[in-house]
Every structure is written in structure tokens, then in C-alpha cells.
Ligand binder design. Structure first.
Ligand code: ADP
Ligand code: MG
Length: 277
């Protein structure tokens, strides 16, 4: 249902993604793994409209995404989280979610103030956001400023924002990076709970224990190409994968340690474009 067809992305002389074709199904969890620089985030950024593909097509349920602006892609049912947290620090947790449900339109604010029908809509929006926070166990933080939450909680707010609009496809870019053991275990439960026949879940992760234990399908990327795709059992035993990625003994532990140590985030103020890179 989410398809990349012969997608290439060049940054000047660098080919970050080279003629990649992928099919990602609904109802399952698909992990994308691969060394840093393999092109995983670039795939997400192209699907979500942050980057334009140099060539090729990206389709959701057969509908073209690759020539739509970001907000239309979101409305078509694709959402994502960022490798580096991108919340509005100066808005509350609840407001960070509400932003994801509002389509910006000229005059919308005035209409919302004078029109009782839009009060109802606003209340419904709010209830939906609160229910989503509840689902992820962070409803008690709804009224707090996002910037004041602990790192692990901010990661959950990002996840909440990605699922609040009930997307058809959700792409999670390193959701466990920087989380401790307990937080990762909790995240794992939330990701498993997201699974339903209607939604395609894409998980980009370096934490192999997490990847192997939640994924139905694994895609291995290396240097802008797909090296292998299959269920966890076949990926584990794939010689190419072991050479290219799981490579030298201990390589995977280095990658995981680096991921755990990373607590990157991008600070945003209200009004700044989430598309910034
Ligand atoms: P991954 O997420 O697998 O670590 P990325 O998709 O972030 O890899 O990066 C793939 C390659 O594309 C890297 O060589 C990276 O430096 C390059 N790249 C990513 N984004 C940009 C950009 N905005 N401008 C230039 N090069 C980029
Ligand atoms: Mg990345």
C-alpha cells in the first residue's frame, strides 16, 4: 500500500537513494535497518514531502504522493516522526497534537471564534488528542509545555502526534534512539499496540533487539540501495546482510551504543515550519 517505484534522490554529486523500489504492506510492522548514511531518513523525508525525489514515484494506496506538498501528503494519510525531536517547545503537549489535526486556512481562526459549529469541532479535536495521549500513557502531561518534558516523554508526544490523525502509514525514524531500557520496553508495547489491518507501520531503528522482536518484515538498506528484504529469520541468516551491516564482530553493538547515546533534538518555536531541515 506504500510503494516506492524506482526512486532516486541526489544531493548534488551524492546519490543518497539509488533506484529503490519497495512495497510496504498494511497490517504489519516493517523495519528499515542499515548503517548510518544508508538513506533511511531520506526515504522517510521523500515519502512525507520534506524532500522531493529526483526521479521515481511514491504511492499510497495507489495515489501519487511524490508531487504533493507536505500538508496534502499528511491529509492523504501519511505521518512520520523525526529522528531528532521536533516539537513546539512553547506549546502544550495537547496543543502539539491539535496542530496536527488543524488544516491551516486563511480566515480559519476568525471562523473558529464566531461559529458555534467550529466550537464543537474544536472540542471533538481536543477529545481525540486527549484519547491519544491516554493511549500512550501521557495524558497527565497534556497541559504542560512540551519543552519542559523529559526526553523519553517528548519521544512519546512525537509518536502521539504521528498517530492522532489515524494515518494509513506511519513512519517512525529512530523512535528508540536515546531511550533507556525501560522506556524502550514501553515504546515496544506502544508500537505493537498500533498494529491493525488498516495501518502500515514503518520502523527505522538501530536497536536490533527491538527490530527483531516487533517486525514482521525487515528491509536492509546499504549505500542508497535495498540490500535485502524479508522476515526477521531470513534477514538474520542473510550472508550479504551480515557482511554489509552486521559485518565485523561487535559492529552492531557500536551502532547501537551510538544510537543510545544520541539525544539530538531540534528546538522549534510555534510558527516555525516543521518541514525545516
Ligand atoms: P540514514 O538515515 O540511513 O542514516 P540519511 O538518509 O540521513 O541516512 O542520509 C543518506 C545520505 O544522504 C548521507 O550521505 C547524507 O549525508 C545525505 N544527505 C541526507 N540529507 C541530506 C541533505 N539535506 N543534503 C545533503 N546530503 C544529505
Ligand atoms: Mg537517519
Amino acid at each position: 500500500m506504500l510503494a516506492f517505484e524506482n526512486v532516486t534522490k541526489r544531493f548534488g554529486a551524492l546519490t543518497a537513494i539509488s533506484d529503490v523500489s519497495l512495497r510496504i504492506r498494511a497490517g504489519v510492522i516493517t523495519a528499515i535497518i542499515g548503517p548510518n548514511g544508508a538513506g533511511k531518513s531520506t526515504l522517510v523525508n521523500m515519502a512525507a514531502g520534506s524532500y522531493r525525489a529526483t526521479s521515481g514515484r511514491i504511492l499510497l494506496d495507489g495515489a501519487k504522493l511524490h508531487d504533493l506538498p507536505k500538508h496534502r501528503i499528511a491529509r492523504a494519510g501519511l505521518s512520520r516522526t523525526y529522528q531528532n525531536i521536533r516539537l513546539f517547545d512553547g506549546l502544550t503537549v495537547l496543543q502539539n497534537l491539535e496542530v496536527a489535526l488543524v488544516t491551516p486556512h486563511v480566515g480559519g481562526l476568525i471562523a473558529d471564534i464566531v461559529n458555534p459549529a467550529s466550537w464543537t469541532k474544536a472540542r471533538q479535536r481536543r477529545d481525540k488528542c486527549l484519547a491519544t495521549l491516554e493511549r500512550l500513557g501521557i495524558a497527565q502531561h497534556a497541559a504542560k509545555l512540551a519543552g519542559n518534558l523529559a526526553y523519553g516523554q517528548q519521544k512519546l508526544v512525537e509518536l502521539a502526534r504521528a498517530i492522532v490523525a489515524e494515518p494509513r502509514a506511519v513512519l517512525l525514524d529512530e523512535p528508540a534512539a536515546g531511550l533507556n531500557h525501560g522506556e524502550t520496553a514501553e515504546l515496544r508495547q506502544h508500537i505493537l499496540a498500533l498494529k491493525s489491518p488498516e495501518i502500515a507501520i514503518v520502523l527505522i531503528e538501530h536497536d536490533m533487539k527491538l527490530v527483531m522482536s516487533v517486525s514482521d518484515e525487515i528491509i536492509v538498506m546499504s549505500r542508497g540501495s535495498v540490500l535485502a528484504q524479508g522476515p526477521p529469520s531470513s534477514i538474520r541468516s542473510n550472508v550479504d546482510v551480515q557482511e554489509a551491516y552486521l559485518g565485523q564482530p561487535g559492529a552492531i553493538h557500536d551502532i547501537e551504543a551510538a544510537a543510545r547515546g544520541r539525544r539530538n533534538r531540534v528546538r522549534l518555536r510555534a510558527g516555525e515550519d516543521l518541514a525545516w531541515h
